[in-house]
Design a protein around this ligand. Sequence first.
Ligand SMILES: C[S@@+](CC[C@H](N)C(=O)[O-])C[C@H]1O[C@@H](n2cnc3c(N)ncnc32)[C@H](O)[C@@H]1O
Length: 483
Amino acid sequence: MDLDAFNNLIINKCGLFFENERLLTLTEAINKRMLTINSQSSKDYLQILQSDSSEFNELINLLTVNETYFFRESQHLKILTDSIVPELLSKKPFIKIMSAGCSTGQEPYSIVISMYEKYGSGFKKFCSIIGADIDSSTLKKAKIGKYNRESFRNFDDDLKKKYFDETNDGCHQLKNSVIDAVDFHMLNLQSPVYPDNLKDIDVIFYRNVSIYFQSDTKKEIFKKLSQILNNEGFLILSSTETFFHNIGILSLKEINGLFIYHKNTDIVTDTSPCTNPIEIVDRRKHNRKSLPVQTKEIAPRLPKTQRIERRTITPNLFEEALALGMDKKYDQALSAIDTLINSNKTFYKAYTLKTSILINLNCLKEAKDTALFIVKNDPLNIEAYILLGLIARIEQDDLSIIKRMKEALYLKPNNWLAHFYLAEAHLNSGEKIEAYKEYKIVLKLLETGSIIDHGLTMFPMSGSIEQLQHLCRNNLSRLEKIV
Ligand SMILES: C[S@@+](CC[C@H](N)C(=O)[O-])C[C@H]1O[C@@H](n2cnc3c(N)ncnc32)[C@H](O)[C@@H]1O
């Protein structure tokens, strides 16, 4: 089966892309649909997909993961009702809220319930709520409003009693007063034009959707969403996605320790959240000054002759490759690195730089292979462990992040960057006490002024040290209420 051809078609039509282990999901979905419609070969099926949009939608329905639940990241709902809605209503009489990528409805219905709780049923006079998704089968379920216990991971029992009726099969049926408050629409966020009724929105929840998209598509959809956003409007992503979209299209506004995108250049204080302190794929700004070039030699096991040869051959070329990488001239940087590696197969600093560049190119498999090669041949190379953790972070694999950062810290216990990534991964995994401890350590290490001691060769800072400290303090104060 020519998976590339399927992948390309799907990327072009709706921006979803499949690689690594997700290729298996793609293969299974294609096989399943071919069986259902009795298509004889994958070539035939590809042709059907090209011309038959309803079959294309059927395949997409199988491919989109619709994982969601009520009151997910509930702090966003509190900010909505307590800060955003009053601010918007002070400027206009009616507001439109949209859940983009609403899946089976738990997100827009959580918005409705929050509005009921704060404003009573009168909220419908000043606010409408829309749910939009590409997947027709999830929209169908959303409109029915019947949910099993999986949807109530983070839900207050009293609210459950108030807004749901228990059904005979142990599920919960949402009351009509909530269902009727949401207008559901099928929408491919990648469409060149959105229908008129899905424009002029004041608040967009776009959470846990962009994970499916390649970086260009992410940027494109973010741009489209910011276009349908009214001036003064807000765009909310999940905390783990926010950093990846700070690409200069919308400003960031901090509300109660959380960072939300805002379409207003006048009144916003720019407080980039720095949820990842280093700048990788999708970032626009460079800060060459913040680049600490690591000059200390590694690979001491080399014979003397080679060491001398490397000193004469590599230093300038390495600096050049590093500068090219920082300038995002990745092809040229990679070619310089290959020359370096060819002249000295054990010059591991060149391999770590190559890994960083491959990460920036989003070639995660190659990046991982290169980093694993370093670990195998130079097991005390702390940078390789951090880079593997960084790749795991992009793949949203918290367990691997924790493993890799702990390995890095075993080699160098005072590396603040590894502590920071560890804190974030613990927080994501709900391990609040561990997260708390790690944020504390990061702050302590940063206070002693050792920011350049981060362990990475290519380290373009995505924010200032103050922003990083601010983020840690915010998370600590949120965690203090819990731990
Ligand atoms: C993980 S769910 C997120 C649900 C909800 N926003 C939340 O945070 O709980 C992702 C949803 O995005 C939808 N989606 C994926 N690609 C899309 C596209 N191109 N246009 C619209 N929706 C899309 C999927 O169908 C899925 O229902």
